[in-house]
Design a protein around this ligand. Structure first.
Ligand code: GLN
Length: 304
């Protein structure tokens, strides 16, 4: 498969779409990124890297961090994690509060904000600084000790985190947070503010296309059954309320973030990350979804 050529073609075909959509501005610091930025990288388990555009430019991974935080929490708690957070698509926006009351403070899945706050609570319980534990995990997965979170983005989100605070306190009222809600929100905003490039994010996710083993270090991250389960969650919940349409168009398990990044995996073959900050109405990168749709169309490769 000539991935290099296919990535270049996608980049060319995307030109009219770059910048269409809206850059997230409810976290003011995210709005400073040029809307028409674009990068994309494919990384294979054998270490090949294919890139186009700004594939080495770091961006705010935002909710892509939920995938890796969930991996850490799943390693710590195993199936007990599902007593506190569900495994069903929410059918609501990523930051919605509406289901929480009816469902007694148990979020639908770990990839909406409420679920991710529970996951961060698990990490806060175990680690003195959950965000640092996640940063170190990303460093290990990529082999890059330079990965860190962007304090300005974290502080910008913390100043405007009213919804996430509301959610955390609400879940605490149902007994589904063990640590103080303020410290959970603090760690959550810092973990969302991790900066990584497309190549780095794809490399970090490679263990999911490699049966649970990180090719960079040879470390087993998850057993193969847990790897399957996490990938299944990405498929059904990784792109929020658009998960059905995303799977219809792209056919890969994926996780998106409001920084404009989307990471997707094709088991046995690759991890791919695309970044373009202008979002569609569901909070997914508009050009990013298109790029992944064209990737699976041009290559004829998907999980189906
Ligand atoms: N930090 C963001 C928030 O909590 C992450 C949301 C996202 O990327 N969808 O709102």
């Amino acid at each position: 498969m000539n991935y290099a050529q296919i990535l270049d073609q996608i980049h060319r075909d995307l030109q009219p779409y770059l910048g269409t959509g809206r850059v997230a501005d409810y976290i003011p610091e995210l709005a400073n990124v040029p809307a028409d930025s674009f990068g994309m990288a494919i990384v294979t388990p054998t270490g090949e890297v294919f890139r186009t555009g700004q594939a080495d430019t770091r961006f705010s991974i935002q909710s892509i961090s939920k995938l890796f935080a969930c991996t850490l929490a799943f390693r710590l708690l195993g199936d007990a994690l599902w007593e506190r957070v569900g495994r069903e698509p929410s059918g609501t926006a990523f930051n919605s509060l509406v289901q929480l009351e009816a469902e007694h403070g148990k979020p639908r899945n770990p990839f909406i904000n409420a679920g991710a706050l529970v996951v961060t609570d698990v990490l806060c319980r175990r680690f003195a600084h959950a965000e640092n534990a996640l940063v170190q995990f990303m460093q290990r997965l990529t082999g890059d000790p330079g990965i860190d979170y962007d304090l300005r983005v974290a502080q910008s989100e913390l100043r405007h985190a009213h919804r996430n605070r509301a959610m955390a306190h609400f879940m605490a009222s149902f007994g589904n947070l063990e640590m103080p809600p303020e410290s959970v929100v603090d760690a959550y905003c810092r973990q969302c503010a991790i900066s990584m490039s497309c190549v780095e994010v794809a490399r970090a996710a490679l263990f999911l296309s490699n049966g649970g083993i990180a090719p960079v270090s040879g470390e087993r991250i998850l057993d193969s059954s847990s790897t399957k389960r996490l990938s299944a969650l990405m498929l059904t919940c990784g792109t929020y309320d658009a998960a059905g349409d995303f799977v219809f168009r792209v056919g890969l398990p994926a996780k998106s973030g409001v920084g404009g990044g989307i990471v997707a995996v094709l088991p046995g073959e690759m991890a791919v990350c695309v970044w373009s900050p202008a979002l569609d109405s569901n909070g997914n990168s508009l050009a990013g979804v298109l790029a992944l749709e064209w990737l699976t169309t041009y290559t004829g490769q998907s999980i189906f």
